[in-house]
Design a protein around this ligand. Structure first.
Ligand code: MRU
Length: 344
């Protein structure tokens, strides 16, 4: 994993590792315009809350170089258009809106030339990228302290290096804990319908030689009862003011099972995932994705022709099911989240 980057920016081009091709192929998609970045986010070529935010920031930086602008004002107008398009790609992960806001903040500064502003936008996107990696390493370090030797953990979806600029949140904690000899086994939920667990998390675990076993989502309760699971650890797409947390569909069920089996349930996320403007999970917009993602796997139909299917991309875990939220500023009880200084 250390050699394969989720995304990188070089010669005014954004290279995005095509997650739709993993684990079979590690191939990059080249983006030279904000529209190409928006398309990659929408199609889930890149996904995961922090990664979406970082990609969108680079999308804005690319927009500034797409053509010649006769004045900073003309460039600002174009940037507003790019920000709008990028903000309409996926609704649930708040990191997208957080990073776009950071980029937009630069528009209120005076710039003598369009080039000066373009340079600032690029610098800011690179800063968001680099800070995401260092933030995740800190989350990993702080989170690893929660684990005892030989822990057996279960994770859902992919909250790893692939879901961020690098290192990962939930998988960052697992990486860090593993390096200290604290992880015996990781149970990886395959994560229906889009299989981020089997396609991406299992791939990351393999790259890092971390012992893992793949299970289907409906096996979680069985293994909680029989396999001595020490903790559940997941990422987050948006944490509301009261600590309710949106994450990949299936996370809520996992939290209910964890509570029943008295297993600690941890959420690992940067503070940019905390949305103090959203009072509770009830107000979080849940993305409805295409039912084809349920009805087909790799283009093959797995249901009767004409079958209807639901596909909410996320669900909300109520704060009372969460033992603690691991951030780069420390480990908090969900109810304490509202006191953390906002990331912007
Ligand atoms: O639909 P996805 O794959 O973008 O959903 C991703 C998740 O739900 C992750 O768990 C979340 O974004 C946290 S990533 C560090």
């Amino acid at each position: 994993m250390r050699s394969v980057k989720t995304l990188f920016f070089k010669n005014n081009t954004l290279y995005i590792l095509n997650q739709l091709l993993l684990p079979r192929k590690a191939q990059y998609v080249k983006c030279k315009s904000y529209k190409e970045v928006a398309d990659a986010i929408k199609k889930m070529v890149i996904r995961g809350a922090p990664a979406i935010g970082v990609a969108a920031a680079f999308g804005v930086a690319l927009a500034a170089n797409e053509k010649r602008f006769s004045s900073p004002e003309k460039l600002k107008k174009y940037i507003q258009k790019a920000v709008k398009a990028l903000s309409q790609t996926r609704p649930t992960a708040v990191n997208l809106f957080w990073s776009l806001q950071k980029m937009k903040n630069l528009l209120s500064q005076k710039a003598k030339t369009p080039d000066e502003l373009a340079q600032r936008l690029k610098k800011e996107a690179l800063k968001i990228y680099n800070e995401d990696i260092s933030t995740n390493k800190l989350i990993g370090k702080l989170g690893s302290k929660l684990f005892k030797k030989k822990s057996v953990v279960i994770t859902h979806c992919n909250a790893g290096a692939l879901a961020t600029a690098g290192y990962g949140t939930a998988l960052g904690v697992i990486r860090s804990a593993y390096s200290k000899g604290k992880i015996k086994m990781v149970f990886v939920d395959e994560t229906r319908p889009y299989l981020q667990g089997s396609r991406l998390t299992a791939w990351e675990m393999k790259q890092e030689n971390i012992p893992y076993v793949l299970i289907t989502d409906n096996m979680a309760g069985y293994f909680m009862k029989t396999a001595g699971i020490s903790a559940v650890i997941v990422g987050a797409d948006r944490i509301a003011r009261n600590g309710d947390t949106a994450n990949k569909i299936g996370t809520y069920s996992l939290s209910v099972l964890a509570k029943y089996h008295k297993i600690p349930f941890y959420v690992a996320a940067p503070i940019s995932t905390i949305d103090l403007n959203t009072p509770s999970g009830d107000e979080i917009v849940i993305e409805e994705r295409s039912s084809d993602e349920v009805l087909y796997i790799h283009g093959k139909s797995i249901a009767p022709i004409g079958a209807r299917a639901y596909h909410p991309g996320f669900d909300v875990t109520p704060s009372e099911n969460i033992t603690a939220i691991i951030t780069e500023k420390g480990v908090f009880k969900p109810k304490e989240i509202k006191n953390i200084h906002p990331a912007l």
